[in-house]
Design a protein around this ligand. Sequence first.
Ligand SMILES: Cc1ncc(COP(=O)(O)O)c(C=O)c1O
Length: 421
Amino acid sequence: MTEAVRTPFDPADETAVAPSHGRDLFSKFDALIAEREALLETGVRDPFGLVMEEVLSPTRAIVKGKETILLGTYNYMGMTFDPDVIEAGKRALDAFGSGTTGSRVLNGTYQGHKECEEALKEFYGTAHAMVFSTGYQANLGLMSTIAGKEDYIVLDADSHASIYDGCALGSAQIVRFRHNSVEDLEKRLRRLPPEGGRLVVLEGVYSMLGDIAPLREMVQVSKAAGAMVVVDEAHGMGFFGQHGRGVFEEAGVEDQIDFVVGTFSKSVGTVGGFVVSNHPKFEVLRLVCRPYVFTASLPPSVVATAATSIRKLMYAGNKRAHLWENSRRLHKGLRDLGFDLATPEAQSAIIAVLLPDQDTTVRMWQALLEAGVYVNMARPPATPAGMYLLRCSLCADHSSEQVGEILGMFESAGKAIGYLA
Ligand SMILES: Cc1ncc(COP(=O)(O)O)c(C=O)c1O
């Protein structure tokens, strides 16, 4: 009989000795665990543990047995239940199976991945498109691969975690500029030594506050300083610009952007990420970009739904118009009720309601859920400047009646917790 393999510390093994030297690596989370337990002991629901028991449509779900309006998804264009998208996914599942079990550079590129890249090239009017398994990986890959240790990445201080993580994975020097400040961007670029490449990283829409970047001015100063420019359009794709390409299209700077990063997890309504570009050497990234090479590719059903959705988004002018109508109406309605909002007007489909502290924010979040609407709660460190906020994100499929209902729920919840008079 062979002896069972002993793990270094098996709690079921009475002869095993718990490590007595070195501290428990989890002790660094003690303060967070205590804060979370204290919050839950007050009787509120866990804002980060919600379960959708059933999803009825892009705007309605069953949560704790109750029908709830969804106002905290990134399903901006309501594509998740589009019949053509669903049909494409089912057909691909039947024809190609449930997964590729391989990397894009080995056995993981199917016809569907190429078709999805063709749809992206058409959507963006670019020569190249590369599909990643998530938007997170697209940023991770681009930042860490194209900027080396002689180069500089200049990024907005409020950049998404995937941009920061991409910088951390690579070896470029990182320079941050004040959120959305053209003046600070210009100053930081001016101070860079002349040698070394420069990459300026911008986002069309900043997702915490729903504000948009002054891309025209930022691109102008970046190009004047000889930098390449990448814009992440995760929250702008689908409804900014005539073709829905993003804020950079609306700003009229398409011909000056070197790379657009995006995701399928928002307006496209599935999962995945991409980079598009006209750079003549772009395709070499398929060989050298670790977050592209060393991970499995998206399942065939996912790329089929993404390609179908992207092609439909090209012609979604009416949906775009209705989404903007919803955003403007919710912004005005919340302001008229007396809520403090992060932007002076609706700049995107995200309307962020600012609240003074964690306690008020959690109570308001719960009161809204009990009234029948789900919003995202966000708190530091995910938010800029230590803000507490409730983030509402609208969908082109929200009806005018639903927006009216949502406003009614904000009013009653605000009064119930004593925040509104
Ligand atoms: C600005 C931005 N970039 C990238 C991502 C990553 O997208 P994905 O969900 O596809 O990983 C997100 C997602 O929240 C985002 O907000």
